[in-house]
Design a protein around this ligand. Structure first.
Ligand SMILES: Cc1cc2nc3c(=O)[nH]c(=O)nc-3n(C[C@H](O)[C@H](O)[C@H](O)COP(=O)(O)OP(=O)(O)OC[C@H]3O[C@@H](n4cnc5c(N)ncnc54)[C@H](O)[C@@H]3O)c2cc1C
Length: 158
């Protein structure tokens, strides 16, 4: 930690902005015994885990099963969808997301030499970021910040 006229500056070997795909970079750097900061202003796991690949595939899986039943007649099978418990489907989806995110959060918490900041990062100088109230410098900074999700549903669930 460096002191700049009363204001302290943290120093890292590697800083990663974004805990989606950025998580892999952070873990790899931490495994190489580097001092690492991982920053995410939203939920650990990023788009894929929280609002993208994982939830969409769970919903698509259920929709496919319904379609299988509806189209079974073509195969000579007489079957009917009687009722769809959409609440149960959504609960299952949310439980899967929570489980994945919690696992990642625990891995981060148990990773020595890896500091996690649940804040927004912004550049204030070369190799220097303002993260909440902290100022930090990184020898290498990886930007894995994705892109903003245009759907209001994404904003709500983060
Ligand atoms: C509905 C849907 C379904 C999808 N399905 C698939 C699929 O089946 N297969 C597939 O390959 N891809 C799929 N994708 C795409 C996939 O989710 C994205 O390509 C992937 O998540 C991008 O990863 P990323 O790490 O680049 O960004 P993200 O996962 O978006 O992570 C970026 C992170 O950076 C954080 N961040 C941004 N700016 C800052 C800042 N200034 N300070 C701090 N933190 C910041 C954000 O909070 C976010 O958590 C899907 C996407 C959607 C929306």
């Amino acid at each position: 930690m460096r002191n700049l006229g009363g204001e302290s500056m943290k120093e890292y070997d590697v800083i990663v902005i974004g805990a989606g795909t950025g998580l892999g970079i952070a873990f790899k750097a931490q495994a190489s015994k580097l001092k690492v900061a991982l920053i995410d202003k939203g939920s650990v796991g990023g788009t894929c885990v929280n609002v993208g690949c994982v939830p969409s595939k769970i919903l698509i899986y259920h929709a496919d099963r319904i379609t299988d039943i509806e189209e079974a007649k073509k195969l000579g099978i007489d079957a009917k969808v009687k009722r769809i418990n959409f609440r149960a489907i959504m609960d299952r989806m949310k439980a899967t997301i929570d489980e994945s995110r919690t696992w990642m959060e625990n891995e981060i918490a148990n990773s020595k030499g890896l500091d996690f900041y649940n804040e927004e990062a912004r550049f204030v100088d070369a190799y220097t970021l303002k993260v909440g109230k902290e100022t930090m410098k990184g020898r290498k900074i990886f930007i894995a910040a994705g892109r903003p999700c245009p759907h209001t549903a994404c904003q709500r669930s983060k």
